[in-house]
Design a protein around this ligand. Structure first.
Ligand SMILES: *Cc1c(COP(=O)(O)O)cnc(C)c1O
Length: 221
């Protein structure tokens, strides 16, 4: 087995069966991504629209592609024909654009609302109260070509486990709250290479893991 296949196997062996693994392939070449595909992985995530569409075109068509990074309205049209799940919806306006582009493709696109749980200013996402406002809005009910299936969040980049755990708890509490009155809300996307164990302990059922599978990322590549 190659290293990617090995890493993937040991990660998957450690996961509870109800946790979905998104293999985050950003910055890795298609040949490397194919090693995970050949080892059986079919769900992949990218954080940039351009890289996502390039990999979609280069790689097998039975891959489920997730967009996990910030999405600009003017780029929705490039991913609407094929994207499986968008993790990074941060406004009603963006959701309306996804709905419009999905309708053009005769699709219903599943989306997660990204919640701002980290202390860092730089991380995108809505406040918990914005999430509730969007979910309860009449504007959302009019959108027939999008479906909100859950929430996504990123914890602060820190060694402080207590802080990370408490941010995950905040998101899980919100998830429990909104999913109790909405059976379509099932996905809780939280946890990356360094914090996925903590995230799963705190109730995540969808983790986004890159470097633990593919090795150290080379951003200049
Ligand atoms: C890059 C990225 C990940 C995965 O990061 P790793 O540390 O390589 O596991 C997860 N989520 C988002 C939004 C990312 O941009």
């Amino acid at each position: 087995m190659n290293e990617v296949a090995n890493n993937l196997k040991s990660l998957k062996d450690s996961l509870p069966s109800d946790v979905t693994l998104i293999a985050v392939s950003k910055t890795y070449a298609p040949e490397i991504v194919m090693q995970a595909y050949e080892a059986g992985q079919r769900v992949f995530g990218e954080n940039k629209v351009q890289e996502l569409t390039a990999k979609y075109e280069a790689l097998p068509k039975d891959i489920q592609w997730h967009l996990i990074g910030h999405l600009q309205s003017n780029k929705v049209k490039y991913i609407a024909p094929f994207v499986h799940l968008i993790h990074s919806i941060d406004s009603l306006k963006l959701l309306q654009e996804v709905n419009k582009q999905a309708a053009k493709c005769n699709r219903v696109i599943d989306c997660l609302l990204q919640v701002h749980i980290a202390q860092e200013e730089s991380k995108f996402g809505m406040s918990p109260s914005d999430v509730k406002t969007v979910l309860g809005s009449k504007e959302l009910k009019e959108l027939k070509n999008v479906k909100i299936t859950g929430l996504m969040g990123m914890a602060t980049f820190t060694d402080n486990q207590q802080q990370v755990r408490s941010e995950f708890k905040t998101l899980k509490d919100l998830f429990d709250d909104v999913s109790s009155s909405n059976p379509e809300i099932k996905n809780l996307s939280m946890g990356m290479s360094d914090d996925h164990r903590l995230a799963i302990e705190e109730g995540s059922n969808m983790i986004r893991v890159g470097s633990l599978i593919f090795g150290k990322r080379n951003y200049s590549a």
